[in-house]
Write a protein that binds this ligand. Sequence first.
Ligand code: ZN
Length: 203
Amino acid sequence: MERMDRKLILETVDMVARTAATNGLVHKPDEFLQLFTFKVTNGQGANGGIHRDKIGERKWGKPYPIVRLGVQSHHTSRERGMALNLKKHTGKVDKVWQQASLFAKGGDWLMVEYTHIHCHPVIGGFVSDNAYYHGLAAICHEVAHAAQFWNHEVQCDAKCERVKAPVAHGEEFKHIYRNLRRTFGLLRLKGTWLLDEQRAEAA
Ligand SMILES: [Zn+2]
């Protein structure tokens, strides 16, 4: 399977961030888009959230939404599936990777999600031989984090620190991620691991 090239990744991140804004998933959408930052790292990890730059001794700048993707996480490898921040191999995570290896042996590429959502038909893993869908899903996942933490920050501005910090993979994240995955048609076919899209193309 071909990797997504850097230009396509950039365009896709931009498109997903815009979609989050137009789908009403972020507070202050204009500001969100204006400040949205994307960085490519050399690692395998992918993450999304907000960041503040240090602007002096104990002084921090305004928070901005950010997505970081490692160049090595942009593709799916036969052994590992899509690298998605799964550096700690707990027993539960290993199960998912074992499944990915099993699919890979049959020539199928499994997009791997976190164990507790991996089996979910909308926000879970899926099998597709199109690298774009793997990358798009990973980007939706990370933009959803950037959106959830941005939303929290905006609420804090208005209501001080009484607003509880969001759980990284909690309900708000799932709501945003689900909306994005639906918008881009990254849904699994009922009863299988195949992506709907794939089947539509084959027909
Ligand atoms: Zn995550």
